[in-house]
Design a protein around this ligand. Structure first.
Ligand code: SAM
Ligand code: SF4
Length: 432
């Protein structure tokens, strides 16, 4: 979502005369769009500002803006802790960035814009075309969260759940496709909680997917991130009959232990989660999964950890994110006694090895097979291309004739943990 927001921030600052530069010491303005999900993410912001300060030691100070969830959470405190920062802008206020820059240039007074103004934000963004001209683009459809998992800052930094108007999203999707986009990933902190009511009709994520499925030049649809509790039957059924919806789902589970899931306030247990996986597999035999795991949640015992490993082995996730619990001030979990860090590190290492093995095993399945690939980029100075399989696996391949944005069949000749490698020639045969 930060990538989507960063692009939209760029669209907005372009309207007041800014353009991108790769030459750091020539920049007049820095916008650091930040994440607050784990503690490290926050510290990174201050380190980056330290680096900017160094570069500009003997130069005219640039305008320094911190946007995103760190700005929201730390707001005034941030302006006081780091005087080099001129402005903080929360994730639901960034539509004002152009006007705020002009205001700062006039008055030279520090600005704190951290209101929750999400409806206005999307109304304003709708007026400015989404300039991403990539093959694969993000499209935010929903923001915020009402679930209040005990470890998570999102309900506090992004605010309550808000679903954008259905037609506004379809217009943005049509504009993206008109600009050459072939794959759209619908975004939300709880993307499958999307629910927009108009004229007594409820529009859900499934309604959006079905509408996008009819856009002629759009080739692939994805969505992220989903909560298991919102994997409703109407959404599951899309995996049976929406050809453009890719058979790959990121479905964060966090833990395989019912005790820990309960302490986390996740509102689902292991059995329920496995039930969703089974339903999806029965409707689409090709579907594969990835997930998020938190290790060392306060109170996690060896048995709880083993329950998580058991869940991983049952589902065989092909790709996942795993983190040690990071205590976030203001969340209920921050009041709990922390687990032993060394023990958590050891568990995380073992868990990541298991996850890596599944990833490797999955990549190996593709060896000597043809995969359907969406061509996304040509790699610098080489006759090589970058694309992704239906399952999001990156693939680097040689080709004598492919075009960006095409769906082609690539023969896989080797692999590592993260990537597949292969080649493409005209008349490559049918993909798996
Ligand atoms: N809404 C999604 C869900 O409910 O599964 C997750 C969105 S959250 C922004 C992304 C991921 O960050 C979570 O799935 C979780 O694994 C991780 N995360 C969030 N808070 C965390 C914390 N305090 N410590 C460690 N990881 C955390
Ligand atoms: Fe955070 Fe996701 Fe839980 Fe919402 S559902 S509180 S975004 S982890």
């Amino acid at each position: 979502m930060n990538e989507y927001d960063s692009n939209r921030i760029y669209d907005l600052v372009s309207t007041v005369g800014f353009s991108k530069t790769d030459i750091k010491n020539e920049a007049d303005c820095f916008v650091l769009n930040t994440c607050h999900i784990r503690e490290k993410a926050t510290e990174k912001v201050y380190h980056e500002i330290g680096r900017i300060r160094k570069v500009f030691k003997n130069l005219k100070k640039p305008l320094v803006i911190v946007s995103g969830c760190v700005a929201q959470a730390e707001s005034q405190e941030m302006l006081e802790r780091e005087p080099y920062i001129d402005m903080v802008i929360g994730p639901q206020s960034y539509h004002k960035i152009g006007d705020l820059i002009l205001k700062y240039q006039r008055k030279k007074e520090k600005i704190n814009a951290t209101e929750f103004d999400v409806v206005k934000k999307f109304d304003e963004l709708e007026k400015i075309s989404n300039s991403q001209n990539k093959i694969s683009s993000y499209l935010t459809i929903q923001e915020g969260c009402d679930k209040f998992c005990h470890f998570c800052v999102v309900p506090y930094t992004r605010g309550p759940e808000y679903s954008r108007p259905f037609e506004q999203i379809i217009n943005e999707a049509n504009n993206l496709v008109g600009n050459g986009v072939k794959e759209i990933t619908l975004l939300g902190q709880n993307v499958n909680a999307y629910n927009f009511l108009k004229n007594n009709k409820n529009y859900k994520l499934s309604s959006l997917i079905r509408e996008l499925n009819n856009i002629k030049n759009l080739k692939r649809i994805r969505f992220t991130t989903s909560h298991p509790k919102d994997m409703t039957e109407d959404l599951i059924s899309c995996y049976g009959d929406c050809k453009k919806l890719m058979p790959f789902l990121h479905l964060p589970v966090q833990s395989g232990s019912d005790k820990i899931l309960n302490l986390m306030n996740r509102k689902h247990n292991k059995k329920y989660y496995l039930g969703i996986i089974e339903k999806l597999k029965s409707i689409n035999k090709d579907i594969k999964f990835s997930s998020d795991f938190i290790i060392g949640y306060p109170g996690e015992s060896e048995k709880d950890y083993k329950d998580t490993v058991d869940l991983i082995e049952r589902v065989g996730f092909i790709n996942s994110y795993s983190f040690i619990f990071s205590s976030r001030s203001g969340t209920p979990a921050a009041k709990r006694k922390l687990n032993d860090l060394q023990e958590s590190k050891e568990r995380l290492k073992k868990l990541q090895d298991i996850l890596k093995n599944f990833q490797l095993k999955n990549n190996k399945i593709h060896l000597d097979q043809y995969c359907e690939v969406l061509v996304e980029n040509k790699l610098n100075d080489e006759e090589k291309y970058f694309g992704r399989t239906k399952f999001m696996t990156p693939i680097i391949f040689e080709s004598d004739n492919c075009k960006l944005g095409e769906l082609i069949n690539v023969k896989v000749t080797s692999f590592n943990h993260n990537n597949l490698f292969g080649f493409h020639k005209i008349n490559n045969v049918k993909a798996a």
